[in-house]
Write a protein that binds this ligand. Structure first.
Ligand code: MG
Ligand code: MG
Length: 269
């Protein structure tokens, strides 16, 4: 990923447009969440997502990006990111990381969530919980006066305290008129290192955390990144804007989690 070197600071108007695009990603993932159950295929989820995005006056942000064929990246179990939707039904006990991008009013939104399919092993549930905590801890560092390295250091420390592997080869990024802008936002690093964070910097922060070792490889399909030890991996991503004291989260998991909790209640009845 080549991002160019200039970090583009957004105006308030631009931040609002990125927020709109990012919120549409959250609503799209909530539509998809309602369908995630053993037996559904990732290609079915992809079709729903594309239709929903277009119905809402936006374009899928990933389709055609670098030649990627679909609207969603759907990465099952040992797949970390960039999985291509296919016709294989999801199984009970799988996890699927779904990454979605939208392009709306010339600005991108980019957010990801890892979903449980049916009953998932408690060890894997814990990985999802900790990865989401890594995202929260990273966002807490995304404030004026800190540096990019502070974000990664917070993520890495938390993940490694559970013995998990932090993927090195893929990183978060700036976001705006381009899907991937400077700066790179690694999920590992050293405190006090890297570019200084300033008000109006918009970042996609996206920890990719492996249950086992950190090493990954690219699958035969040329896209899917999978763990080298074949153990599962989790991915959560928010778009944020750097502010004084507390970052503002532009994307949202609220609707996604409303759907997940509703589904769980029905299953438990
Ligand atoms: Mg993404
Ligand atoms: Mg991203």
């Amino acid at each position: 990923m080549s991002l160019g070197r200039r970090i583009c600071i957004k105006t308030e108007e631009e931040v609002e447009l990125i927020r709109k695009s990012s919120l549409l990603v959250g609503r799209t993932l909530a539509e998809v969440a309602a369908l995630i159950t053993p037996g559904v295929t990732t290609l079915q989820l992809d079709a729903i997502a594309e239709e929903f995005i277009r119905d809402n006056g936006a374009e899928p942000g990933f389709k055609g990006y670098g030649g990627f064929p679909n609207t969603l990246c759907t990465s099952v179990n040992a797949a970390v990111v960039h999985g291509i939707p296919n016709n294989k039904p999801l199984n009970n006990g799988d996890i699927v990381s779904i990454d979605c991008g939208t392009l709306m009013n010339e600005f991108y939104g980019d957010s990801a969530y890892t979903f449980e399919v049916g009953e998932v092993d408690p060890e894997i549930q814990k990985l999802l919980k900790v990865t989401k905590e890594c995202l929260t801890l990273s966002i807490e560092q995304a404030i004026v006066g800190k540096r990019i390295g502070d974000i990664g250091a917070a993520c890495q420390k938390h993940a490694e305290s559970f013995g998990y592997g932090v993927v090195r080869e893929l990183v978060g990024h700036g976001l705006g008129r381009e899907l991937h802008e400077a700066p790179e936002v690694p999920n590992y690093g050293r405190r006090g290192n890297g570019p200084r964070l300033v008000d109006g910097m918009v970042l996609a922060i996206e920890p990719m955390i492996n249950l086992g070792k950190r090493d990954v490889r690219t699958d035969k399909d040329g896209w899917t990144i999978v763990t080298s030890d074949n153990l599962v991996s989790a991915h959560f991503e928010h778009d944020i804007v750097v502010r004084n004291g507390k970052a503002e989260i532009l994307s949202s998991f609220l609707e996604i989690e409303r759907v997940i909790n509703k589904t769980k209640k029905i299953e438990n009845k």
